[in-house]
Structure formats: structure tokens, C-alpha cells
Design a binder for this molecule. Structure first.
Ligand code: CMP
Length: 138
């Protein structure tokens, strides 16, 4: 399995002041931060990032929500990164997320679900490249 995954702390969690606690959980779970920044997407940029969901009924809401405030994108490194990170964050819907997961602890709803995690090695690289150049990866 690949060594890197991509994540972003979403606007609800940044706004609530939970980014520090979330980053602490990520590091304590053994992930190294390869790249990190704080930025804000426009609805157009969010639409591009989530283009795979363009036919979904929640696409317009998702673009508005993901551009509603700053986000913290990161590239993370660990053995089996993609799978282990998805275990750490829990199910998309916080009501279905396991006890102790980041979404169970910090997510407000299925849409405002605190954090993103890539679903494959291939998407991890595509999503990492969306936000970070090679010069920003350490
Ligand atoms: P994520 O898995 O990071 O990427 C797709 C996002 O779309 C997801 O997190 C949620 O923020 C949002 N999403 C997924 N399913 C729904 C849904 N049924 N209703 C609203 N938003 C959703």
C-alpha cells in the first residue's frame, strides 16, 4: 500500500477551533505531516476539487460549504496511509462513525464532517497536486 494520503480540515472544524486537536490526533496516530497550509477555496475551485461529485444532488451545497471559510489541506505520510487514515477519520456520516474517530468527535453533519481523506493512492496524489507543488513537500 502507498505511503502518502491527502487530507483537509474542513471549514466547520477550522471555524470551531478544532484544527489543533485534530492535528494532534493525526500526529499521535503516527502520521508525519509532509505538507500543510491554510487557504480558502472559491465555489469554483471547490467545484473543481469535487468534480467527481458533480452529478450528485448535494454538489451545489458542497461547493458552498467547502468555500464558506478557510481549510487546512495536508499531505500525510505513514505505511498504509490511505486505509489507516480513513479508519482514523471514520465514516462520512458522523452518526455512523466509530467511537473515537475524528468525525465522531468533531463532525457536525454528513456534509460538515470536519475532515477529508483520500479514498485511493491514485486520488491521494491527484488531490495532493491540486494544493501542493513538489517544493512544498518535506
Ligand atoms: P468527503 O468524503 O470528504 O467528500 C465528499 C463530501 O461530500 C463528503 O466528504 C461530505 O462533505 C459531502 N457529502 C457526502 N455525502 C453527502 C450527503 N449525502 N449529503 C451532503 N453532503 C454529502
Amino acid at each position: 500500500a502507498g505511503k502518502r494520503t491527502f487530507t483537509m480540515i474542513k471549514p466547520d472544524a477550522v471555524e470551531a477551533g478544532n484544527s489543533g486537536a485534530i492535528i494532534k490526533m493525526i500526529e499521535e496516530a503516527g502520521f508525519k505531516i509532509v505538507a500543510m497550509k491554510k487557504t480558502k477555496m472559491t465555489p469554483g475551485v471547490a467545484g473543481k476539487f469535487y468534480a467527481v461529485h458533480s452529478e450528485r444532488p448535494f454538489y451545489d451545497d458542497l461547493k458552498n460549504y467547502m468555500s464558506s471559510g478557510p481549510i487546512i489541506p495536508m499531505i500525510l505520510e505513514k505505511s498504509n496511509a490511505v486505509e489507516d487514515f480513513r479508519k482514523l477519520i471514520g465514516a462520512t456520516n458522523p452518526k455512523e462513525a466509530a467511537e473515537g474517530t475524528i468525525r465522531r468527535l468533531f463532525a457536525a453533519s454528513i456534509e460538515a464532517n470536519a475532515i477529508h481523506g483520500s479514498d485511493s493512492d491514485e486520488n491521494a496524489e491527484i488531490e495532493s497536486s491540486f494544493f501542493f507543488s513538489e517544493l512544498e513537500r518535506f
